[in-house]
Design a protein around this ligand. Structure first.
Ligand SMILES: *[C@@H]1O[C@H](CO)[C@@H](O)[C@H](O)[C@H]1NC(C)=O
Ligand SMILES: *[C@@H]1O[C@H](CO)[C@@H](O)[C@H](O)[C@H]1NC(C)=O
Ligand SMILES: *[C@@H]1O[C@H](CO)[C@@H](O)[C@H](O)[C@H]1NC(C)=O
Ligand SMILES: *[C@@H]1O[C@H](CO)[C@@H](O)[C@H](O)[C@H]1NC(C)=O
Ligand SMILES: *[C@@H]1O[C@H](CO)[C@@H](O)[C@H](O)[C@H]1NC(C)=O
Length: 572
C-alpha cells in the first residue's frame, strides 16, 4: 500500500513538474548564441512591478554547450530551476510543510527498500507481495470465470494466460491471508436450514435435497431456458463484495448478481454463465464465461467489484476504454438470480476470500502444465531486444517456473495434497534444459548457469527474474525436504547461488544496477534498471541474505541502497 501511495504522489508531482516545465520553461530551449531578446527584459520588469526590488538577477545558463535555460544569480551563487534538474538528472523533489514551515525535499529515487524483519520462510509471506493487487492492474483484462485467474493483455490485446502473473496473483492472496485481518463473512444460503425467501417464477422449481456424494444439503434449480426472472433472492447487502458458491452444472446455467449504485440507482448485472467467451459486456450487462464442465461441483470465488470494474471498462463495440470508477462504498447487492439447470450450495458474501483465490492460482498450475516438459507456457510472442531472437508462443520463463514453484510449494504445505508437489517437481525440468532446446537454462561464458526470465538467443541474464527463480527453487527444496524426488531443487538452487555470487557485481554500474547483461551479450549500451527494479534487486538480495549470510549480499545491497540516496562509486 505504502508503495502505491508513494508512487501516486510522485506521479502527481511529476505531472506538476512537467507542466511547470511547459509553462515556466516554455522557451528555455533556445539555441545557444541567439541574442537575448528584449522582450524578456520587459517581462521581467512586469513580473516584479508590485514586488520590492529583487535581490537576484536573471541569468542564462549554458547547458553543456547544447542550449540555454534561464537561471538566477544571487551574489556569487547561481540557482538552477529544479524542474530542469528533475528532467536532466531524473531526480525527484517535492515541497512539504512541517509545523507550518515549507521545505523542499530532494529524492534520488522514487522507490523504497523494505528490509526483511526475519529469516525468509517458504511457508510465509512471499517477498512483500501482501502489498500487491495484481487484479487491478490495467494490463489484466479480467479474472477469468472459468478458472479464477488473471488474463493478461500486456503483449497481446486479445488476452492470454501469463504464468508469472497468475503466480503473482496467487502469492499476493496467500500473503494477504497471512497479514490482513479476518474477513467478515455472511452465509446467504447453505441449504442447511429452511428455505430463504427465494422467489420462484412460473415454470421454475427449487428443490432442497441431500447430496450423497458431498454429504450435505444443497439446492437443485430448474428454470425455462429463456426465463428472465428465473429464481431470485432479494438482498440489500453492502460492504462485502466477494461472493463464493459451489455450483454443479447440469445444463446451461447462469448465476446473476445484480448490483445497484446507491446514489444514482443504476443497475449492473454480473452474469456468470456456461459460455466460452471470457468476458463480454452489453451496456450494464457483463458476462463472464464459466465454461461447460457438467456434472461436477466447482467452487466459484468472485470479487464482484473487480468483475464489475473490468466489465464496464471494456466496450465490445468500439473497443474504446471508458474509465468508470465504482467503489464498494457506492454499491450494494440487491439480487441473486439462478437461471437454467443446476445445483448450488454455500452462497457466501465476504470482505475477502484470499485462500480461495490462492487455490484458484495453484489449481491453474496443476491443470495447465505440460506433463512432458514440465513447463507452463507463455502463448504469446515476445521480443526483448533488437539483436535477440523473437520468442515464439509457447516459450517458458525461468521466472514463471520459479514463481510456480513458490505457489505450488505453499499449496502443498497448506493442503498436504500431493498433486501440488508432483506438479512442482515436474516443473524443475525446464531448469535443466538449455534455452535453445526449449528450457530456461543459459550459461555465462560456458561456466555459470543462469535461469532465464526470457530464454533468448543470445542470453539476456535478467537479474530479478533469476533471483525469483532461485527463491522458487528454495521454496520447493525447503517444503519438500526429505523427498528424494525434490532433491534436484536443492542442486539447482545451489548451482544458481554460485552463479549469483560470482556474477552479481556485473550488474553494478557504480551509480545504479543494470536490468540484464545485454551490454555484454549484445555489445551495446547497458540497460539501466528503473528505480523500482533497482529496489527489487536490493529487496531480493536482502531476502537471500537471510538464508545465506555470504557478505557479498549484504555489502552489495548496502552499496546499491547508497545509489538510491545519491551515492556513487568512487572514481580513480
Ligand atoms: C517562444 O518564442 C517564440 C519565438 O521566439 C514566441 O513567438 C513565443 O511567443 C514564445 N513562447 C512563449 C511561451 O514565451
Ligand atoms: C486465511 O485462511 C484461513 C484458511 O486457511 C481462513 O480460515 C482465514 O479466515 C483466512 N484469513 C484471511 C485474513 O484471509
Ligand atoms: C444450451 O445452450 C446451447 C447454446 O446456446 C444450446 O444450443 C442448447 O440447446 C442449450 N441446451 C438446452 C438444454 O437448452
Ligand atoms: C458447502 O460447505 C460445507 C462446509 O464447508 C462443505 O462441507 C460442503 O461440502 C459444501 N458443499 C458443496 C456442495 O461443496
Ligand atoms: C508439450 O510440449 C511439447 C514440446 O514442446 C509439445 O510438443 C507438446 O505439444 C506439448 N503438449 C501440450 C499438451 O501442450
Amino acid at each position: 500500500m505504502m508503495r502505491i501511495n508513494f508512487k501516486t504522489i510522485l506521479l502527481i508531482l511529476m505531472v506538476a513538474v512537467a507542466s511547470s516545465i511547459l509553462t515556466y520553461w516554455g522557451n528555455c530551449t533556445r539555441l545557444l548564441f541567439v541574442n537575448k531578446p528584449e522582450v524578456q527584459l520587459q517581462q521581467k520588469q512586469e513580473q516584479h512591478l508590485v514586488n520590492i526590488e529583487p535581490t537576484y538577477q536573471d541569468i542564462d545558463c549554458n547547458i553543456n554547450g547544447g542550449y540555454l535555460i534561464s537561471c538566477r544569480k544571487e551574489g556569487d551563487e547561481v540557482y538552477i530551476p529544479f524542474s530542469f534538474i528533475h528532467k536532466y538528472f531524473e531526480i525527484y523533489g517535492k515541497l512539504a510543510t512541517y509545523d507550518g514551515v515549507e521545505r523542499f525535499e530532494w529524492l534520488h529515487s522514487y522507490s523504497k527498500i523494505l528490509s526483511p524483519k526475519s529469516k525468509y520462510d517458504s511457508r510465509g509471506v512471499f517477498m512483500t507481495f501482501e502489498n500487491y493487487n495484481v487484479e487491478i492492474r490495467e494490463r489484466v483484462k479480467c479474472i477469468t470465470g472459468y478458472d479464477g485467474v488473471p488474463m493478461s493483455t500486456q503483449w497481446e490485446t486479445q488476452g492470454y494466460y501469463y504464468p508469472t502473473q497468475i503466480a503473482q496473483f496467487g502469492l499476493s492472496h496467500y500473503s494477504k491471508n497471512l497479514t490482513e485481518p479476518e474477513p467478515h463473512r455472511k452465509i446467504i444460503e447453505d441449504a442447511e436450514n429452511l428455505k430463504k425467501n427465494w422467489q420462484i417464477s412460473q415454470g421454475s422449481t427449487l428443490t432442497r435435497t441431500f447430496d450423497e456424494y458431498k454429504n450435505t444439503y444443497i439446492y437443485e434449480f430448474t428454470t425455462p431456458e429463456l426465463s428472465k426472472q428465473g429464481i431470485y433472492l432479494q438482498l440489500n447487502h453492502i460492504l462485502s463484495f466477494v461472493i463464493k458458491f459451489d455450483l454443479y452444472i447440469i445444463d446451461n446455467t447462469t448465476i446473476t448478481i445484480v448490483l445497484q449504485n446507491r446514489e444514482k440507482k443504476d443497475l449492473y448485472y454480473l452474469h456468470y454463465s456456461t459460455i466460452d467467451t471470457v468476458l463480454s459486456t452489453n451496456n450494464n450487462h457483463i458476462y463472464y464465461g464459466i465454461g461447460k464442465r457438467k456434472n461436477t461441483w466447482h467452487r466459484l470465488t468472485r470479487d464482484l467489484i473487480i468483475d464489475l470494474q473490468k466489465g464496464i471498462n471494456i466496450n465490445d463495440n468500439t473497443n474504446k476504454v471508458k474509465k468508470i470508477k465504482l467503489t464498494k462504498l457506492k454499491l450494494k447487492i440487491i439480487k441473486i438470480i439462478l437461471i437454467g439447470n443446476g445445483k448450488i450450495d454455500n452462497i457466501t458474501l465476504s470482505t475477502s476470500e484470499h485462500i480461495e483465490q490462492f487455490y484458484d492460482s495453484a489449481r491453474w498450475f496443476v491443470n495447465n502444465q505440460n506433463k512432458t516438459t514440465g513447463g507452463w507456457s507463455n502463448n504469446v510472442k515476445r521480443k526483448l531486444a533488437i539483436g535477440m531472437n523473437i520468442l515464439e508462443p509457447g516459450w517458458y520463463s525461468g521466472m514463471g517456473q520459479g514463481h510456480a514453484l513458490s505457489v505450488l510449494s505453499r499449496a502443498y504445505y497448506h493442503s498436504g495434497d500431493d498433486n501440488y508437489l508432483i506438479a512442482a517437481i515436474n516443473g524443475l525440468k525446464p531448469f535443466k534444459t538449455l534455452s535453445e532446446n526449449g528450457g530456461v537454462l543459459a550459461k555465462f561464458l560456458d561456466k555459470f548457469i543462469w535461469y532465464e526470465e526470457y530464454p533468448t538467443q543470445p542470453a539476456s541474464f535478467i537479474l530479478n527474474g533469476f533471483i525469483y527463480a532461485l527463491i522458487g527453487l528454495y521454496d520447493l527444496k525447503t517444503i519438500a525436504h526429505g523427498y528424494d524426488d525434490a532433491n534436484d531443487a536443492g542442486k539447482l538452487f545451489d548451482d544458481g547461488m554460485i552463479s549469483l555470487k560470482n556474477m552479481l557485481t556485473l550488474f553494478d554500474t557504480g551509480y545504479r544496477t543494470t536490468y540484464d547483461l545485454r551490454h555484454f551479450t549484445l555489445k551495446i549500451a547497458p540497460n539501466i534498471a528503473r528505480w523500482d527494479y533497482h529496489a527489487t534487486h536490493i529487496n531480493q538480495l536482502l531476502l537471500i541474505n537471510t538464508i545465506d549470510d555470504d557478505p557479498i549480499f549484504s555489502l552489495t545491497a548496502e552499496r546499491w541502497i547508497g545509489y538510491m540516496n545519491g551515492k556513487r562509486a568512487a572514481h580513480n
